[in-house]
Design a protein around this ligand. Structure first.
Ligand code: NDP
Length: 349
Protein backbone atom coordinates (compact mmCIF):
# COMPACT_ATOMS: atom_id res chain seq x y z
CA UNK A 1 0.00 0.00 0.00
CA UNK A 2 1.26 3.50 -0.86
CA UNK A 3 2.71 5.47 2.02
CA UNK A 4 1.00 8.62 3.23
CA UNK A 5 3.18 11.35 4.73
CA UNK A 6 2.72 14.86 6.11
CA UNK A 7 3.58 17.40 3.40
CA UNK A 8 4.84 20.76 4.68
CA UNK A 9 4.29 23.56 2.18
CA UNK A 10 4.64 27.31 1.72
CA UNK A 11 1.32 28.72 0.59
CA UNK A 12 0.60 32.13 -0.93
CA UNK A 13 -1.90 33.87 1.37
CA UNK A 14 -2.85 36.66 -1.05
CA UNK A 15 -1.61 38.32 -4.21
CA UNK A 16 1.18 40.90 -4.07
CA UNK A 17 -0.34 44.13 -5.32
CA UNK A 18 1.19 46.47 -7.93
CA UNK A 19 3.56 48.87 -6.19
CA UNK A 20 3.96 46.56 -3.19
CA UNK A 21 7.33 45.25 -2.07
CA UNK A 22 7.08 41.52 -1.27
CA UNK A 23 7.14 40.65 2.43
CA UNK A 24 7.23 37.32 4.22
CA UNK A 25 3.68 37.90 5.50
CA UNK A 26 2.15 37.15 2.08
CA UNK A 27 3.22 33.53 2.52
CA UNK A 28 2.47 30.96 5.19
CA UNK A 29 4.02 27.64 6.18
CA UNK A 30 1.29 24.96 6.33
CA UNK A 31 2.24 21.74 8.09
CA UNK A 32 -0.97 19.73 8.44
CA UNK A 33 -1.62 18.41 4.93
CA UNK A 34 -0.86 14.80 3.96
CA UNK A 35 0.04 13.30 0.58
CA UNK A 36 0.06 9.74 -0.75
CA UNK A 37 3.41 8.94 -2.33
CA UNK A 38 1.90 7.52 -5.49
CA UNK A 39 0.57 9.09 -8.69
CA UNK A 40 -3.26 8.75 -8.46
CA UNK A 41 -4.69 6.20 -10.90
CA UNK A 42 -7.05 8.67 -12.58
CA UNK A 43 -4.28 11.24 -13.11
CA UNK A 44 -2.84 12.10 -16.55
CA UNK A 45 0.82 11.02 -16.92
CA UNK A 46 2.54 12.57 -13.91
CA UNK A 47 5.41 12.29 -11.47
CA UNK A 48 5.30 12.34 -7.70
CA UNK A 49 8.54 13.96 -6.54
CA UNK A 50 10.43 14.66 -3.35
CA UNK A 51 11.66 18.25 -3.60
CA UNK A 52 15.33 18.73 -2.73
CA UNK A 53 16.29 22.29 -3.72
CA UNK A 54 14.05 25.25 -4.54
CA UNK A 55 15.24 28.21 -6.56
CA UNK A 56 14.40 31.77 -5.45
CA UNK A 57 13.94 33.87 -8.59
CA UNK A 58 12.88 37.50 -9.00
CA UNK A 59 10.19 36.46 -11.51
CA UNK A 60 8.44 34.71 -8.61
CA UNK A 61 7.06 38.15 -7.84
CA UNK A 62 4.92 37.90 -11.01
CA UNK A 63 3.73 34.41 -10.07
CA UNK A 64 2.56 35.86 -6.75
CA UNK A 65 0.90 38.89 -8.37
CA UNK A 66 -2.66 39.47 -9.45
CA UNK A 67 -2.84 38.57 -13.17
CA UNK A 68 -2.18 41.68 -15.24
CA UNK A 69 -2.42 42.49 -18.91
CA UNK A 70 0.94 42.51 -20.66
CA UNK A 71 2.60 40.15 -18.16
CA UNK A 72 3.00 36.74 -19.73
CA UNK A 73 3.66 34.84 -16.49
CA UNK A 74 0.69 32.90 -15.10
CA UNK A 75 -0.08 33.78 -11.48
CA UNK A 76 -0.51 31.09 -8.84
CA UNK A 77 -3.84 31.48 -7.02
CA UNK A 78 -3.81 32.37 -3.32
CA UNK A 79 -4.08 29.38 -0.95
CA UNK A 80 -2.01 27.23 -3.30
CA UNK A 81 1.66 26.36 -2.79
CA UNK A 82 4.11 28.77 -4.37
CA UNK A 83 5.23 27.64 -7.83
CA UNK A 84 8.84 27.86 -8.93
CA UNK A 85 11.90 26.07 -10.24
CA UNK A 86 13.52 23.33 -8.24
CA UNK A 87 15.44 20.07 -8.18
CA UNK A 88 13.60 16.92 -7.13
CA UNK A 89 13.83 13.14 -6.92
CA UNK A 90 11.14 11.05 -8.61
CA UNK A 91 9.30 8.83 -6.10
CA UNK A 92 6.66 7.46 -8.48
CA UNK A 93 5.94 8.06 -12.16
CA UNK A 94 3.37 7.29 -14.82
CA UNK A 95 5.11 9.63 -17.26
CA UNK A 96 7.18 7.94 -20.00
CA UNK A 97 10.16 10.33 -19.63
CA UNK A 98 10.74 9.72 -15.92
CA UNK A 99 11.02 6.73 -13.60
CA UNK A 100 11.29 6.31 -9.82
CA UNK A 101 14.79 7.18 -8.65
CA UNK A 102 15.45 9.74 -11.44
CA UNK A 103 16.37 13.30 -10.58
CA UNK A 104 14.74 16.18 -12.44
CA UNK A 105 14.81 19.95 -12.46
CA UNK A 106 12.11 22.34 -13.56
CA UNK A 107 8.77 23.67 -12.42
CA UNK A 108 7.71 22.33 -9.04
CA UNK A 109 6.10 23.73 -5.88
CA UNK A 110 7.31 25.00 -2.52
CA UNK A 111 6.46 21.86 -0.55
CA UNK A 112 8.18 18.64 0.51
CA UNK A 113 6.45 16.43 -2.07
CA UNK A 114 4.73 17.50 -5.29
CA UNK A 115 2.55 15.88 -7.89
CA UNK A 116 3.74 17.32 -11.19
CA UNK A 117 2.44 16.92 -14.68
CA UNK A 118 5.72 17.46 -16.53
CA UNK A 119 5.84 20.17 -19.15
CA UNK A 120 8.58 21.35 -21.49
CA UNK A 121 10.01 23.01 -18.35
CA UNK A 122 10.90 19.71 -16.61
CA UNK A 123 14.17 18.01 -17.53
CA UNK A 124 15.64 14.73 -16.36
CA UNK A 125 19.05 15.37 -14.83
CA UNK A 126 21.67 13.55 -16.88
CA UNK A 127 24.72 14.33 -14.75
CA UNK A 128 24.52 13.36 -11.09
CA UNK A 129 28.30 13.60 -10.62
CA UNK A 130 28.08 17.36 -10.09
CA UNK A 131 26.21 18.85 -7.09
CA UNK A 132 22.47 18.46 -7.72
CA UNK A 133 21.88 21.95 -6.32
CA UNK A 134 23.61 23.32 -9.44
CA UNK A 135 20.44 22.41 -11.36
CA UNK A 136 18.62 25.13 -9.40
CA UNK A 137 20.99 27.71 -10.88
CA UNK A 138 24.12 27.20 -12.95
CA UNK A 139 22.76 24.14 -14.80
CA UNK A 140 19.11 25.15 -14.62
CA UNK A 141 16.96 28.12 -15.61
CA UNK A 142 19.29 30.98 -14.53
CA UNK A 143 22.30 29.33 -16.20
CA UNK A 144 20.42 28.82 -19.46
CA UNK A 145 19.24 32.44 -19.24
CA UNK A 146 22.82 33.71 -18.91
CA UNK A 147 23.96 31.43 -21.72
CA UNK A 148 21.32 32.28 -24.32
CA UNK A 149 21.19 35.93 -23.27
CA UNK A 150 24.90 36.24 -23.88
CA UNK A 151 25.64 33.84 -26.74
CA UNK A 152 22.35 33.96 -28.68
CA UNK A 153 21.12 37.52 -28.08
CA UNK A 154 24.22 39.66 -27.46
CA UNK A 155 26.20 38.59 -30.58
CA UNK A 156 29.50 38.74 -28.67
CA UNK A 157 32.94 38.94 -30.28
CA UNK A 158 36.31 38.31 -28.70
CA UNK A 159 37.79 41.44 -27.15
CA UNK A 160 34.48 43.30 -26.82
CA UNK A 161 33.68 45.46 -23.81
CA UNK A 162 30.88 44.01 -21.69
CA UNK A 163 28.97 45.49 -18.79
CA UNK A 164 26.70 43.37 -16.53
CA UNK A 165 24.37 44.71 -13.82
CA UNK A 166 23.26 42.66 -10.76
CA UNK A 167 26.54 40.99 -11.63
CA UNK A 168 27.02 38.85 -8.53
CA UNK A 169 23.54 37.28 -8.77
CA UNK A 170 22.45 34.00 -10.30
CA UNK A 171 22.43 35.19 -13.91
CA UNK A 172 24.99 38.00 -13.73
CA UNK A 173 27.87 35.98 -12.28
CA UNK A 174 27.54 33.52 -15.19
CA UNK A 175 27.17 36.13 -17.93
CA UNK A 176 30.42 37.70 -16.76
CA UNK A 177 32.21 34.36 -16.79
CA UNK A 178 30.84 33.31 -20.19
CA UNK A 179 32.08 36.68 -21.49
CA UNK A 180 35.53 36.15 -19.96
CA UNK A 181 35.71 32.65 -21.48
CA UNK A 182 35.17 34.35 -24.85
CA UNK A 183 37.97 36.80 -24.27
CA UNK A 184 35.91 39.91 -23.53
CA UNK A 185 36.69 42.72 -21.08
CA UNK A 186 34.01 42.54 -18.36
CA UNK A 187 32.88 44.96 -15.69
CA UNK A 188 30.02 44.28 -13.28
CA UNK A 189 27.95 46.42 -10.94
CA UNK A 190 26.58 45.19 -7.63
CA UNK A 191 25.01 46.62 -4.49
CA UNK A 192 27.72 46.09 -1.85
CA UNK A 193 31.50 46.23 -1.45
CA UNK A 194 31.50 42.56 -0.48
CA UNK A 195 29.88 41.66 -3.81
CA UNK A 196 32.28 43.92 -5.71
CA UNK A 197 35.20 42.20 -4.04
CA UNK A 198 33.85 38.77 -5.04
CA UNK A 199 33.38 39.88 -8.64
CA UNK A 200 36.96 41.11 -8.89
CA UNK A 201 38.73 38.49 -6.82
CA UNK A 202 36.70 35.31 -7.16
CA UNK A 203 34.51 35.45 -10.26
CA UNK A 204 37.20 36.77 -12.63
CA UNK A 205 35.61 40.08 -13.67
CA UNK A 206 38.16 42.65 -14.88
CA UNK A 207 36.57 45.28 -12.70
CA UNK A 208 33.42 46.01 -10.68
CA UNK A 209 31.78 48.85 -8.80
CA UNK A 210 29.18 49.40 -6.10
CA UNK A 211 26.38 51.28 -7.87
CA UNK A 212 24.89 52.37 -4.54
CA UNK A 213 28.01 54.45 -3.85
CA UNK A 214 27.92 56.28 -7.21
CA UNK A 215 26.07 59.60 -7.31
CA UNK A 216 26.47 59.78 -11.11
CA UNK A 217 26.10 56.38 -12.83
CA UNK A 218 27.06 57.83 -16.22
CA UNK A 219 30.36 59.12 -14.81
CA UNK A 220 31.03 55.75 -13.17
CA UNK A 221 30.51 53.99 -16.50
CA UNK A 222 32.87 56.44 -18.25
CA UNK A 223 35.52 55.59 -15.65
CA UNK A 224 35.37 51.87 -16.47
CA UNK A 225 34.55 52.21 -20.17
CA UNK A 226 36.35 55.33 -21.50
CA UNK A 227 35.82 53.96 -25.03
CA UNK A 228 32.19 52.94 -24.40
CA UNK A 229 30.35 49.64 -24.02
CA UNK A 230 29.82 47.03 -26.74
CA UNK A 231 27.39 44.82 -24.79
CA UNK A 232 25.22 45.74 -21.84
CA UNK A 233 23.55 42.75 -20.18
CA UNK A 234 20.71 44.40 -18.29
CA UNK A 235 19.32 42.72 -15.19
CA UNK A 236 18.02 45.84 -13.47
CA UNK A 237 16.54 48.45 -15.88
CA UNK A 238 15.76 51.94 -14.55
CA UNK A 239 18.48 54.51 -13.89
CA UNK A 240 21.30 52.12 -14.80
CA UNK A 241 19.79 51.37 -18.21
CA UNK A 242 19.38 55.09 -18.84
CA UNK A 243 22.99 55.80 -17.91
CA UNK A 244 24.26 52.95 -20.10
CA UNK A 245 22.40 54.18 -23.18
CA UNK A 246 24.63 57.29 -23.28
CA UNK A 247 27.76 55.14 -23.01
CA UNK A 248 27.27 52.62 -25.81
CA UNK A 249 29.72 52.19 -28.67
CA UNK A 250 28.78 52.23 -32.33
CA UNK A 251 26.92 48.99 -33.12
CA UNK A 252 26.49 48.11 -29.45
CA UNK A 253 23.91 45.67 -28.12
CA UNK A 254 21.71 46.03 -25.04
CA UNK A 255 20.37 42.66 -23.96
CA UNK A 256 17.35 43.20 -21.76
CA UNK A 257 17.12 40.20 -19.46
CA UNK A 258 15.41 41.72 -16.42
CA UNK A 259 14.41 44.98 -14.77
CA UNK A 260 14.35 44.16 -11.09
CA UNK A 261 14.58 47.84 -10.10
CA UNK A 262 11.09 48.29 -11.60
CA UNK A 263 9.22 45.21 -10.35
CA UNK A 264 7.96 46.75 -7.10
CA UNK A 265 7.07 50.19 -8.48
CA UNK A 266 3.49 51.29 -8.98
CA UNK A 267 4.40 53.33 -12.08
CA UNK A 268 7.51 52.31 -14.00
CA UNK A 269 10.28 54.90 -14.39
CA UNK A 270 10.70 56.28 -17.88
CA UNK A 271 13.81 55.71 -19.99
CA UNK A 272 15.07 59.10 -21.17
CA UNK A 273 18.16 58.49 -23.30
CA UNK A 274 16.64 56.46 -26.12
CA UNK A 275 17.77 59.05 -28.67
CA UNK A 276 21.35 57.87 -28.30
CA UNK A 277 20.49 54.44 -29.72
CA UNK A 278 19.99 56.03 -33.15
CA UNK A 279 23.37 57.71 -33.56
CA UNK A 280 25.21 54.73 -32.10
CA UNK A 281 23.14 52.20 -34.08
CA UNK A 282 22.46 50.26 -30.87
CA UNK A 283 20.31 47.14 -30.90
CA UNK A 284 18.10 46.74 -27.83
CA UNK A 285 16.62 43.25 -27.50
CA UNK A 286 14.64 41.52 -24.80
CA UNK A 287 14.21 37.77 -24.48
CA UNK A 288 12.73 35.10 -22.25
CA UNK A 289 14.58 31.90 -21.48
CA UNK A 290 11.44 29.89 -22.23
CA UNK A 291 11.94 30.51 -25.94
CA UNK A 292 15.30 28.73 -25.87
CA UNK A 293 14.58 25.46 -24.10
CA UNK A 294 15.54 23.56 -27.26
CA UNK A 295 19.15 24.59 -26.52
CA UNK A 296 19.11 23.10 -23.02
CA UNK A 297 20.82 19.77 -23.69
CA UNK A 298 23.69 21.39 -25.63
CA UNK A 299 24.04 23.97 -22.88
CA UNK A 300 24.01 21.28 -20.18
CA UNK A 301 26.83 19.30 -21.83
CA UNK A 302 28.96 22.37 -22.41
CA UNK A 303 28.55 23.85 -18.94
CA UNK A 304 28.92 20.51 -17.09
CA UNK A 305 32.30 20.28 -18.85
CA UNK A 306 33.18 23.83 -17.78
CA UNK A 307 32.42 22.79 -14.19
CA UNK A 308 34.52 19.62 -14.42
CA UNK A 309 37.41 21.51 -16.03
CA UNK A 310 37.27 24.19 -13.31
CA UNK A 311 36.47 26.92 -15.85
CA UNK A 312 33.46 28.25 -13.94
CA UNK A 313 33.27 29.51 -10.37
CA UNK A 314 29.75 29.34 -9.03
CA UNK A 315 28.48 31.19 -5.97
CA UNK A 316 25.47 29.75 -4.14
CA UNK A 317 23.67 31.37 -1.21
CA UNK A 318 21.87 28.59 0.61
CA UNK A 319 18.92 28.86 3.01
CA UNK A 320 18.12 25.78 5.10
CA UNK A 321 14.59 24.40 5.27
CA UNK A 322 11.27 25.14 3.63
CA UNK A 323 10.42 27.53 6.47
CA UNK A 324 13.32 29.75 5.32
CA UNK A 325 11.91 30.12 1.79
CA UNK A 326 9.74 33.26 2.25
CA UNK A 327 12.63 35.28 3.74
CA UNK A 328 15.00 33.95 1.09
CA UNK A 329 12.69 35.12 -1.69
CA UNK A 330 11.95 38.52 -0.15
CA UNK A 331 15.69 39.10 0.34
CA UNK A 332 16.25 39.14 -3.43
CA UNK A 333 14.59 42.54 -3.59
CA UNK A 334 16.87 43.90 -0.87
CA UNK A 335 20.05 42.52 -2.44
CA UNK A 336 20.56 40.19 0.53
CA UNK A 337 21.60 37.24 -1.63
CA UNK A 338 25.26 36.83 -2.49
CA UNK A 339 25.18 34.54 -5.50
CA UNK A 340 22.37 32.21 -6.50
CA UNK A 341 19.72 32.03 -3.77
CA UNK A 342 18.28 28.59 -3.16
CA UNK A 343 16.48 26.74 -0.41
CA UNK A 344 17.38 23.22 0.74
CA UNK A 345 14.24 21.20 1.43
CA UNK A 346 16.06 17.87 1.70
CA UNK A 347 19.58 16.75 0.88
CA UNK A 348 19.86 13.53 -1.06
CA UNK A 349 22.30 12.38 -3.69
P1 NDP B 1 19.79 37.79 -8.57
O1 NDP B 1 20.38 36.52 -8.09
O2 NDP B 1 20.71 38.74 -9.29
O3 NDP B 1 19.05 38.54 -7.38
C1 NDP B 1 18.50 39.78 -7.56
C2 NDP B 1 19.54 40.91 -7.34
O4 NDP B 1 19.05 42.09 -7.95
C3 NDP B 1 19.75 41.28 -5.89
O5 NDP B 1 20.68 40.46 -5.24
C4 NDP B 1 20.25 42.72 -6.01
O6 NDP B 1 21.66 42.72 -6.19
C5 NDP B 1 19.60 43.21 -7.31
N1 NDP B 1 18.55 44.18 -7.02
C6 NDP B 1 17.48 44.03 -6.20
N2 NDP B 1 16.73 45.16 -6.19
C7 NDP B 1 17.36 46.03 -7.01
C8 NDP B 1 17.10 47.37 -7.41
N3 NDP B 1 16.02 48.03 -6.97
N4 NDP B 1 17.97 47.97 -8.26
C9 NDP B 1 19.06 47.32 -8.72
N5 NDP B 1 19.36 46.05 -8.38
C10 NDP B 1 18.52 45.43 -7.53
O7 NDP B 1 18.62 37.47 -9.58
P2 NDP B 1 18.73 36.64 -10.93
O8 NDP B 1 20.13 36.59 -11.37
O9 NDP B 1 17.96 35.40 -10.77
O10 NDP B 1 17.94 37.57 -11.95
C11 NDP B 1 18.57 38.70 -12.53
C12 NDP B 1 17.59 39.38 -13.47
O11 NDP B 1 17.31 38.51 -14.57
C13 NDP B 1 16.24 39.72 -12.84
O12 NDP B 1 15.82 40.96 -13.33
C14 NDP B 1 15.34 38.62 -13.36
O13 NDP B 1 13.99 38.99 -13.37
C15 NDP B 1 15.91 38.39 -14.73
N6 NDP B 1 15.64 37.09 -15.34
C16 NDP B 1 15.16 37.07 -16.61
C17 NDP B 1 14.94 35.89 -17.27
C18 NDP B 1 14.47 35.93 -18.68
O14 NDP B 1 14.07 34.87 -19.19
N7 NDP B 1 14.51 37.06 -19.34
C19 NDP B 1 15.15 34.60 -16.60
C20 NDP B 1 15.75 34.71 -15.28
C21 NDP B 1 15.97 35.94 -14.68
P3 NDP B 1 22.54 44.04 -5.81
O15 NDP B 1 23.01 43.84 -4.41
O16 NDP B 1 23.63 43.97 -6.82
O17 NDP B 1 21.65 45.23 -5.95
Amino acid sequence: MATEVANKKVVLKRYIERGETPTESIMELVTAEAITLKVPEASPPAVLVKNLYLSCDPYGRFIMSRPEEGIKITSAPPNSPVRGYGVAKVVDSTHPDFKAGDYLWGITFWEEYSLITPTEFNFKINHTDVPLSYYAGLLGMPGLTAYVGFHEISSPKKGELVFVSAASGAVGQLVGQFAKLMGCYVVGSAGSDEKVNLLKNKLGFDNAFNYKKESDLGAALKRYFPEGIDIYFDNVGGAMLDAVLCNMRLGGRVTVCGMISQYNLKALEGVHNLLSIIGNCVRVQGFTVGQYLHLYRDFEEKVVNYVKEGKITYLEDVAEGLEAAPAAFVGLFEGKNIGKKLVVVAREQ
